[in-house]
Design a protein around this ligand. Structure first.
Ligand code: GDP
Ligand code: MG
Length: 173
């Protein structure tokens, strides 16, 4: 029997339409979905192979900002870490993410590791969102990564970053 791989549960949070489902499915299934039912919440599974053993990624794609608070708390309780997603072409989605995350933190006994993800980088050149995001990332003291669920740019990096943050948090205990 093989050695059991560690499993990391990542909860994907953010406003509706920012690309949570597209990112999740790009990561786990290597394809870009243009239309994904915004009300569907589901979890996805992928084995990430690395030279030194790898791990199992368990990704919970949450459904929109309207997700019931009780449900969200339940998701977070089951998670090891969070990808906080907004869309680089929609500054209001960064505000919405801030609201979502601050309402989450109130209920968390201990803050879950978080990575800030600016998605849809294929749609923007660069600009205002970068500055605002950099400031927020510094305030929250979390890593920031730009992604495109369409081109896969930054997608593996985003998941690798959150796994790294989770591992760091677990080692610190
Ligand atoms: P969710 O509500 O956060 O799960 O968002 P979806 O994953 O359903 O994506 C909303 C819309 O944005 C869909 O039409 C996606 O095809 C599109 N989308 C998601 N990510 C990207 C991206 O990185 N680039 C582009 N160009 N479109 C994206
Ligand atoms: Mg979705």
């Amino acid at each position: 029997a093989g050695r059991k791989l560690p499993e990391y549960k990542v909860v994907v949070l953010g406003a509706s339409g920012v690309g949570k489902s597209a990112l999740t499915i790009q990561m786990t299934h290597h394809c870009f979905v243009k239309e994904h039912d915004p009300t569907v919440q589901d979890s996805y599974w992928k084995e990430v192979a690395l030279d030194n053993g790898g791990y199992i990624l368990n990704v919970l794609d949450t459904a929109g900002q309207d997700i019931l608070r009780a449900l969200r708390d339940q998701c977070l309780a089951a998670g090891d870490g969070v990808l906080g997603v907004f869309a680089l072409d929609d500054p209001s989605s960064l505000d919405q993410l801030q609201q979502i995350w601050s309402s989450c933190s109130q209920h968390q006994k201990q803050r879950l590791p978080l990575v800030l993800v600016g998605n849809k980088c294929d749609l923007v050149t660069s600009g205002d969102a970068d500055t605002a995001t950099a400031i927020l990332a510094r305030k929250w003291r979390v890593p920031f990564v730009k992604t495109s669920a369409k081109t896969r740019q930054g997608v593996e990096e985003a998941f690798a970053l959150i796994v790294h943050e989770i591992q760091r948090a677990q080692e610190a205990v």
